[in-house]
Design a binder for this molecule. Sequence first.
Ligand SMILES: [Zn+2]
Length: 228
Amino acid sequence: MAVTAIKTKLRDDDTRRPPCARGTGRGYRSSHCAQCGLRTPLCLCAQLPHVETTTRVWFVMHWRESSKPSNTARLAMRLLSNSTCIERGRTLDSAGVVERTLEPLDPASCLLLYPSDDALPLDEVLSGERAAALNLIVPDGTWGQTRRWVRRETWLAPVRRVRLSRASHLPGYRLRHAAGPNLYSTFEATAIALSVIHGWALGDTLLTHFEQWQQRALASRSGGLACG
Ligand SMILES: [Zn+2]
């Protein structure tokens, strides 16, 4: 697939605040940036570009993730212009929102980023694809939450499942413990997948900002507030 031109323009006034990025607790909302999720004094948003891709990324976020400072899908949403976040699981109806939004998409254009036993390596799947815009569906939640969701949603059956090959040069996610080898945070998995689709220049851009964000999140956790 052709490498997509990456436009990295800064916007002073970002109104793309997804519902899932609002946080749920009153204390969380008042003390953390609604977009990057960092504590307000450490907010990185003014330094982040908006990265455009032809691939549309759909984050399906378990509602419990929305108020976790360690959530990484929120940062991916802030960086990726062509992305949408759908919250699920808060009420019975919110599960229906995911289905109503994603089921009408052409299954042939959709890829579910989920490393099940029947998932194919993404690069192999793409070798037969040309030019068509893709919809990349990225579950965001614990592995248990995601596993139950994928099993339950029968409308996902015709969607191809894809997995990633190991990318050894990743900085590594240090805010949560990985559930197993070769398992990445939502941000890292999304960045690698988009790199496979659009080239590593895109991945390098995303992962550079991820490391910036992670360092600030770790500083916040340890009580440090100094930032540039
Ligand atoms: Zn921010």
